[in-house]
Design a protein around this ligand. Structure first.
Ligand code: ADP
Ligand code: MG
Length: 350
């Protein structure tokens, strides 16, 4: 029997620092238990045969990768770019995942990274972990057409359970911050509404373009470079002013959140979550009413310190922190009320 190369990558939940990564800013993700795994066996010839749940099955010829606008692109981009580093020949890859797709928890990065890791191992390709993460981002940027930043791939590759990864997305330096799980619970609830459009043609790329426009008018390279006081002294068209205000204030919130985590100051951390959500809802306009409702239902509970939309938005999931041992109760109550009001089945993930 031929050898099976088995690799796994976990999803991530971003605690705070949303839409900052493609602006050279800071993010604070942590790993979630859900994962994607790839079992790969080498085969003779030059064909890639890939299968995934939902009867997804596809065969393509290595070296002839072509964009299709479907799930295959994450894999075709992988073989196309990895073969620049070493020779890849025929294989069968079977993908299995416990991740919800399109829910802001990075199933796409978990897919790319687990697949690249399996190929790297099977074909003995010399590539370090940071370069592997950068290749994952390149797959989304250049092959899929989603202009994502580097957070997801770095988080999926490096984040650990029980720790937040305080990542500077400009120079990729990071610090691991222990989550004070002795005094709080972390909860993640998937709204059941995956983002309607793929990042490639949705509002995500438009937001990124607006940030670039704001930078050009401000005479800077990246929004990372300015603080809130400087931004407020400048004049921008109203929509760009709001977009920039979100990014610049969100960067400041990430730093404040790291301080609050270290001090176990959960009231401050919760307040930062709420401010971040309002900023995404009002300034960045990436929330939807159902997500706003999930956040509000959490905040109605006295056991909850704070809640916010997590991930790129336009659907997806929320993240919240509660008093220790209140997480399960709050999740259950919020999910029941949400079902009553909207008819939608949300699910608790953490
Ligand atoms: P997110 O990364 O937040 O889950 P994306 O829109 O970035 O959302 O990625 C979701 C897309 O990734 C899916 O529509 C699908 O094309 C692809 N994908 C993710 N996981 C899998 C999987 N296990 N099998 C096949 N395709 C997957
Ligand atoms: Mg993604």
């Amino acid at each position: 029997m031929s050898e099976v190369y088995h690799e796994r990558a976990h999803g991530r939940v971003n605690l705070i620092g949303e839409h900052t990564d493609y602006n050279g800013g800071w993010v604070l993700p942590t790993a979630i238990p859900q994962f994607t795994e790839v079992r790969l066996t080498k085969e003779s010839g030059n064909s890639a045969h890939v299968t995934s749940s939902g009867n997804r099955d596809f065969t393509y010829t290595l070296g002839l990768e072509k964009k299709t606008g479907t799930w295959i692109d994450y894999l075709q981009g992988g073989t196309k770019f990895l073969s620049e580093k070493g020779r890849i020949s025929g294989f069968h890859a079977n993908i299995h995942s416990t991740m919800p797709e399109g829910s802001g928890l990075s199933s796409s990065a978990a897919l790319e990274i687990s697949f690249l890791k399996a190929l790297r191992k099977a074909f003995q390709i010399d590539l370090n972990d940071v370069d592997l993460a950068l290749m994952g981002q390149r797959i989304e940027n250049e092959f899929v057409g989603a202009r994502v930043g580097i957070m997801d791939q770095m988080a999926v590759r490096l984040a650990k359970n029980g720790e937040a990864l305080f990542l500077d997305t400009k120079n990729l330096s990071f610090e691991r911050i222990t989550l004070p799980l002795d005094v709080m619970d972390l909860i993640v609830i998937n709204s059941g509404l995956s983002h309607q459009l793929s990042a490639a043609d949705g509002g995500y790329n438009q937001r990124r373009a607006q940030c670039e426009e704001a930078c050009a008018l401000l005479g800077i390279k990246e929004l990372r470079e300015i603080d809130l006081t400087t931004l407020k002294s400048k004049t921008l068209p109203p929509i760009l002013a709001r977009r920039a205000h979100h990014v610049v204030s969100e960067n400041e919130r990430v730093h404040a959140a790291v301080k609050a985590l270290k001090e176990k100051d959960l009231h401050t951390l919760g307040k930062l979550f709420v401010e971040s959500h309002r900023s995404m809802r009002d300034d960045y306009e990436v929330s939807i009413p159902q997500i706003d409702r999930l956040v509000d239902l959490c905040l109605l509970d006295s056991g909850c310190y704070g809640a916010r939309l997590t991930g790129g938005g336009f659907g997806g999931s929320i993240v919240a922190i509660t008093k220790k041992d209140h997480g399960k109760r709050v999740s259950k109550k919020v999910i029941e009320q949400y079902l009553k009001e909207t008819g939608l089945s949300a699910t608790s993930l953490v």
